[in-house]
Design a protein around this ligand. Structure first.
Ligand code: NDP
Length: 287
């Protein structure tokens, strides 16, 4: 069984980005908007900020109160769209319920959309003509490529259909000639479908949901889930687990990503990658 370690792959990619930024004198500036004080979101934003700093990307975090109105968020995005020193904009999702995520994402200048979620970028992704791809799916493909896992003709089953993970990873797997099935909460024969998977991607946000009896012998399993479950033995009172029961599934899978230390680290590396791509485009436009 291969442990698809994200750490080594992600760190190597981050080093490469850092070198390119230095050598090519790229001035990248990432603005991150965080609305509210959800502890998980705050910790993701802190990790993204640190990664930017280490790569030589200037990052500014706008921490807005939970009560901030949708109009105020849209106004902030408009300002950042017009600010030439900002080459990338990221709005940390989820947003509070009173803010429409779609309206927010659509407000971002598509050429500053480092998450690749604007309809322009999402459309290009599905046309196989992407500029930037959503970070988590891009990270998954990156790790599969690194470990030379061939996708052509394979049955790929994606659990989850969110815009941020499920739909875009399905599009990328399809581009790599996998035969793709997308499952969601209304799927009736989920176990049967997941058992048919040569490549199984779990992105549903349910701790340890995928167990060994749902996985085919020799399958490649990608665990996207990041779930906090209570653990009184930890100082923090919780521990982080994926959507996959690693212990049982790793005995059947031919390869599996661990949580933590898998897809999450790749997501951050791909955020830097997208930030660099868009900064380059803007630098070229301004020249
Ligand atoms: P969402 O809540 O947006 O989507 C969850 C999806 O799972 C939905 O499509 C939902 O179906 C489906 N689902 C929920 N329950 C079931 C079920 N019992 N059976 C089948 N499908 C089900 O989640 P995200 O995509 O944003 O995130 C998923 C997980 O990945 C979370 O743990 C999140 O923290 C993690 N994540 C990790 C990232 C990383 O960098 N590693 C990045 C982003 C997310 P329906 O559409 O019908 O409601």
């Amino acid at each position: 069984m291969i442990n698809l370690e994200g750490k080594e792959v992600a760190m190597a990619h981050r080093e490469k980005i850092k070198r390119e930024i230095e050598e090519q004198g790229i001035e990248a500036g990432l603005a991150v908007i965080l609305v509210g004080d959800d502890p998980a979101s705050k910790s993701y934003v802190a990790s993204k900020e640190k990664a930017c700093r280490e790569a030589g990307i200037r990052s500014i975090v706008f921490q807005l109160k939970k009560e901030t109105s949708e109009e105020e968020v849209l106004k902030k995005i408009e300002e950042l769209n017009l600010d030439a020193s900002i080459t990338g904009i990221l709005v940390q999702i989820p947003l509070p319920d009173h803010i429409d995520e779609n309206r927010v994402v659509e407000k971002i200048d598509p050429w500053k959309d480092v998450d690749g979620l604007h309809p322009f970028n999402f459309g290009k992704l599905f046309m196989g003509n992407s500029v930037v791809e959503p970070c988590t799916p891009k990270g998954i493909i990156h790790v599969l490529d690194h470990y030379k896992i061939d996708l052509a003709g394979k049955n790929a089953v994606v659990l989850g259909r969110s815009n941020i993970v499920g739909k875009p990873i399905a599009a990328l797997l399809l581009q790599r000639n996998a035969t793709v099935t997308i499952c969601h909460s209304k799927t009736k024969n989920l176990k049967e479908l997941s058992l048919s998977a040569d490549i199984l991607v779990a992105a549903i946000g349910k701790p340890l949901f995928v167990t060994a009896e749902m996985v085919k012998e020799g399958a490649v399993v990608i665990d996207v889930g990041i779930n906090r479950i209570e653990d009184k033995t930890k100082l923090s009172g919780y521990r982080v687990v994926g959507d996959v029961d690693f212990e049982s599934v790793s005995r059947k899978a031919s390869a599996i990503t661990p949580v933590p230390g898998g897809v999450g680290l790749l997501t951050i590396a791909m955020l830097l990658d997208n930030t660099l791509t868009l900064a380059r485009i803007q630098q070229a436009k301004a020249a």
